[in-house]
Design a protein around this ligand. Structure first.
Ligand SMILES: [Mn+2]
Length: 278
C-alpha cells in the first residue's frame, strides 16, 4: 500500500538569472553550481549581450539549454537595441549572427508565472503604467497589442527611477524627490524579479521585488535565484573573472540606498518570518 504524500508540492522549480552581459565563462561556472532538477523552469532577466567578452557564446549556451529545459528570456534594453538594428539591416554588434537574433526575437517583455505570484521583468514597473492599464496585458495576445500598449510595456526595459507622478526618469537625471521604482512598487503584479541596475552588494531585496543584477561585466558577480517547489527562494552567485567594462556611475549607487542586501541565510530567515514577502 502506498502512502499518500500530504506534503503537496505546489510549484515548478525555477531558476532566474540576472544580467549576464556576454560573460560566458561566468555563466558556465554558475550553471555548474546549480544542478537543476529535470523540468526546472529557466528564466533569464534580459541583457544577455554586450559589455562582456562573448555575447554570441552566451546566446548559444542559452539556446542549448532551451533544448533541455523550458526557457523564457525576458527582453532587456540591450536585446531591444540589437533587434532594432538587425531589423533595420544594421550590424547588431558583438559578433551576433542571424540565428542569435532570431532566438532573441522570441524574448518576451515580461513573464508572469505561478498564477501571478511572481513576475520577471528586465528593468521595472513604473507606477504610472497602472494609470493606463489596470493589469498587465495578455502576453499571448502581444502580436495584437495596440501600439500605445506596446510602448507602455516597452518602458519596462529601461525603468529605474520614477518621479512623484510615477513616470520614468532618465538615467542620471533623478532628483531627491524621485524614487527607485522597486521602493514604491506595491506588489500588485506579484513578487518581481528584475535586473538592469547593478547592485554590487546584491541580490537586493525590496518589499515586493528582488534585483538579481550584481554587475558581472563590471567585475561584480553573476547571480541566479532559485525558487523551490515549496516557494522558498535562495541565491547562488559566482564572482566575475575580471572587469570587462568600466562602470559609469550615474548617481544611482550613491544617491539612495534602496532595498537591502541580504545573504542567502538572512533571506531564508526573512522569508520564513514574513510571508508577506511573497
Ligand atoms: Mn539593462
Amino acid at each position: 500500500m502506498r502512502l499518500r504524500n500530504t506534503q503537496r508540492s505546489v510549484m515548478q522549480s525555477t531558476l532566474l538569472f540576472g544580467d549576464i552581459h556576454g560573460c560566458r565563462e561566468e555563466l558556465h561556472a554558475l550553471w555548474e553550481q546549480l544542478d537543476p532538477v529535470p523540468g526546472t523552469r529557466l528564466v533569464f532577466l534580459g541583457d544577455l549581450i554586450d559589455r562582456g567578452p562573448d555575447s554570441p557564446g552566451v546566446v548559444d549556451f542559452v539556446m542549448a539549454l532551451s533544448q533541455h529545459y523550458p526557457v523564457t528570456v525576458v527582453r532587456g534594453n540591450h536585446e531591444a537595441r540589437a533587434l532594432r538594428r538587425y531589423r533595420q539591416g544594421m550590424d547588431p554588434g558583438e559578433g551576433l549572427l542571424p540565428h542569435h537574433l532570431e532566438f532573441l526575437s522570441q524574448s518576451v517583455p515580461f513573464y508572469s508565472f505561478e498564477n501571478g505570484r511572481f513576475l520577471a521583468v528586465h528593468g521595472g514597473i513604473y507606477p504610472d503604467f497602472w494609470n493606463h492599464l489596470s493589469q498587465l496585458p495578455e502576453l499571448d495576445e502581444r502580436e495584437h497589442w495596440p501600439q500605445r500598449v506596446r510602448e507602455w510595456v516597452e518602458r519596462f526595459y529601461f525603468c529605474r527611477y520614477v518621479n512623484p507622478e510615477g513616470q520614468i526618469v532618465g538615467l542620471g537625471l533623478q532628483r531627491p524627490e524621485d524614487h527607485f521604482w522597486a521602493d514604491v512598487y506595491d506588489g500588485r503584479a506579484g513578487l518581481v524579479f528584475f535586473g538592469h541596475e547593478p547592485f554590487f552588494h546584491g541580490p537586493m531585496v525590496f518589499p515586493h521585488a528582488i534585483s538579481l543584477d550584481t554587475g558581472c561585466p563590471f567585475g561584480g558577480r553573476l547571480t541566479a535565484a532559485r525558487i523551490d517547489e515549496q516557494g522558498r527562494i535562495s541565491f547562488v552567485s559566482v564572482t566575475a573573472r575580471q572587469a570587462y567594462s568600466p562602470y559609469i556611475n550615474y548617481g544611482t549607487q550613491v544617491q539612495a540606498a534602496p532595498g537591502t542586501p541580504l545573504s542567502v541565510v538572512e533571506l531564508a530567515a526573512v522569508h520564513s518570518n514574513s510571508p508577506s514577502l511573497l
